[in-house]
Ligand binder design. Structure first.
Ligand code: NAP
Length: 280
């Protein structure tokens, strides 16, 4: 019988996850399919009941349910609990649902392996204070970052994030319009906002960053945002959101199937598909 996995969230505009996982299921001969299920928070109980009763490997979660889903699970792994967000769930052999977070490990992989950045002792400026920013901040603090400045359009959200992780390291919160001083001493500047997805807007000014610093844009649609373009033009080291996306997907795939080398298949599937039609 074909097993199911789904991505839940609303709105669900991006088909990247389905493209990656279905290519990997097909490549490795696994009888399973990945679906997109757009649902509101009120639909969570019914959806989780369906997962518990059917042939489900698990599911993935995107905005705005990464926090709300926790109340419907049997267990949440330590990292996801500390971050306060679950992006993946496995239907365990005992029938229980365990939540975990692969955004954090996907980000760490892309940051260190693709961008070649060092976490230990480095100064990070993270723009954004939503679910993705929480995974980013938790990851770099656990990696020994020397300083993390969190800037957000709404200062209260940045202040709350800093308060939640204050025990993990040296942190402060800023409004995005006060960013330039922090950027001037950054080793790595991260865009963890949605800015750049549907407009040519830049989340921060790359000219304020030292030339030896690096830029990580979590946005993956389009692959080359205005921020990525501006950072490249300035000669900075840059990483877009694609490698994090692939890495977080491959980690969830491994938990569901035991197959540990799906990343190249997923990356190729995205390159062949290109996602042009999802650019909005
Ligand atoms: P979220 O929880 O909804 O947070 C959105 C963030 O963007 C908040 O900080 C919000 O600021 C800010 N924002 C939204 N519109 C803005 C605007 N016009 N100007 C300035 N700031 C604005 O979303 P999320 O889940 O954290 O996702 C954030 C980004 O990360 C998205 O682009 C998502 O696609 C990307 N992401 C990528 C990966 C990957 O694997 N590459 C994984 C996860 C997420 P306020 O608090 O002031 O509203």
């Amino acid at each position: 019988m074909t097993s199911t996995v789904a991505l839940i969230g609303t709105p669900l505009k991006r088909r990247h996850s389905g493209v990656m996982h279905n290519a990997a299921f097909s490549h490795f001969g696994i009888d399973a399919r990945y679906e997109l299920r757009e649902l509101a928070e009120t639909g969570l109980p019914e959806f989780v009941a369906e997962v518990r009763e059917g042939e489900w490997l698990g599911f993935q979660v995107t905005a705005p349910h990464k926090q709300a889903v926790i109340a419907h699970l049997d267990r949440v792994e330590q990292g996801a609990a500390a971050i306060g967000a679950v992006n993946s769930v496995i239907n365990d052999d005992d029938g229980g649902l365990t939540g975990f977070n692969t955004d954090a490990s996907g980000f760490r992989h892309a940051l260190t392996d693709t961008l070649g950045a060092t976490i230990d002792g480095s100064r990070f400026v993270v723009v954004g204070a939503g679910g993705a920013a929480r995974a980013v901040v938790w990851t770099v603090l656990n990696g020994g970052a020397g300083e993390v400045v969190v800037a957000n359009r709404s200062l209260q959200r940045a202040t709350d994030l800093v308060a939640d992780f204050a025990d993990l390291g040296n942190m402060s919160a800023l409004r995005t319009d006060e960013l330039d001083v922090a950027l001037a001493s950054a080793d790595v500047a991260v865009n963890a906002t949605t800015v750049g997805m549907s407009s040519g807007e830049l989340a921060f000014d790359v000219d304020a960053i030292p030339r030896e610093a690096a830029v990580f844009d979590l946005v993956y649609v389009p692959p080359e945002t205005a921020l990525v373009r501006a950072a490249l033009d300035r000669g900075l080291r840059v990483c877009n959101g694609i490698e994090m996306l692939v890495s977080q997907a491959a980690l969830a795939f491994e938990r569901w199937t035991g197959v540990s080398d799906a990343a190249p298949v997923m990356r190729n599937a995205l390159e062949e598909w290109d996602g042009q039609s999802d650019r909005k």
